[in-house]
Design a binder for this molecule. Sequence first.
Ligand SMILES: NC(=O)c1ccc[n+]([C@@H]2O[C@H](COP(=O)([O-])OP(=O)(O)OC[C@H]3O[C@@H](n4cnc5c(N)ncnc54)[C@H](OP(=O)(O)O)[C@@H]3O)[C@@H](O)[C@H]2O)c1
Length: 280
Amino acid sequence: MNTHPILIIGKNGKTGTRVNQRLQALGYLTRPVSRSSATPFDWENPATWRKALTGCTAAYVTYQPDLAVPRAEATINAFTQLAKEVGLAHVTLLSGRGEDGAQRAENVLKKSGLTWNIVRASWFSQNFSESFMLEGILNGELALPADDTLEPFVDADDIADVAVAALTKPALHNKLFEVSGPRALTFAECISEISKATGRAIKYTQVPIDTYIAALREQGAPEDLQWLLRELFTVVFDGRNSQVANGVEEALGRPATDFSSYVQKAVASGVWYAAQQEPA
Ligand SMILES: NC(=O)c1ccc[n+]([C@@H]2O[C@H](COP(=O)([O-])OP(=O)(O)OC[C@H]3O[C@@H](n4cnc5c(N)ncnc54)[C@H](OP(=O)(O)O)[C@@H]3O)[C@@H](O)[C@H]2O)c1
C-alpha cells in the first residue's frame, strides 16, 4: 500500500467527502483539501497549490465552480504542470457530460504526461438533497428553467466508487468513465418520486430562464454563477445528455444505482424534512 497520501481536492464536496471516506476505510492515507483546510487549496490562488500537492503521488480532483467555465482549461493546464513538477503521477478528474469547456480541460489532462482517469458525470441525484435544489424542496416547490428534458441522474455514491477504483487500480488507468444513472427522468418526475417517498406535497414548476437568472441576480449571486447556471440549463440541458451511459458498470462490474434507491437513502437521512415536518 502507498505510504504517500492521496490528495483530494474538494474535501467537503458531494463527491470529495465520499471519496475520502472510502479511501480511509480501505486504509489509504489521504490529504483532503479545500479553501478551509489546515493546508489550504484554492483554485483561484495558485500560490496555495504547491504546498497542498507536495508529497502526494495521486489526486482526486474536483474543480470549482465547474469545468464548464472558460478559465478552467488554463487552470487545469497550470495545475497539471505543477503536479508533474512536484512528483504527482496520477490524477482522477471529475468532469461533466456535454460541457465543451469540461472536454477541453479533460484533453489537457490526457496530454499532460500524467496517468489519468476522467469520471465524466451526469447531473448528480444529490443536487436534490445536498445542493441548490434542497431549499425549494423544503419549501414545497422546486422552480427551475428545465422543461421535460430527460436526465439520467447519477448517485454521488456511484461516482465515488468509480473514482476510488480508478485511484487504486492501475489496470483502470488512462480510461474515461462516462457515468450516469440507469434511468432518465424529467425534473417533474424526480420531484413526484420525492414527494411520494416523503409523503410531503412538493411541486415542480418550470420558469423561463431569464426569470430564473433575474431572481439569482436579485439574491446577489455572483456574475460567474449566473453565467454558469444559464450555460447549464440552456446549452448543457438541451437533451444532449439524455442517453444512459455505462461507466459505472464498466469500472465496477455492477449496475448503477437507480434514482429510487437514492431517494430511499435521502428519505432515511431526514434531509427532506424541516424539523416540524419530520414524520412521527
Ligand atoms: N452537481 C452536478 O450535477 C455535477 C455534474 C457533473 C459534474 N459536476 C462537477 O463536479 C464538480 C464539483 O464536485 P462536487 O460536487 O463533488 O463538489 P462540491 O460539492 O461542489 O464542492 C464544494 C466544496 O468545494 C470547495 N471549494 C469551493 N470553491 C473552491 C475553490 N475556489 N478552491 C478549492 N475548493 C473550493 C468548498 O469547500 P471550502 O469552502 O472549504 O473551500 C466546498 O465545500 C464541478 O467541477 C462540476 O463541474 C457536477
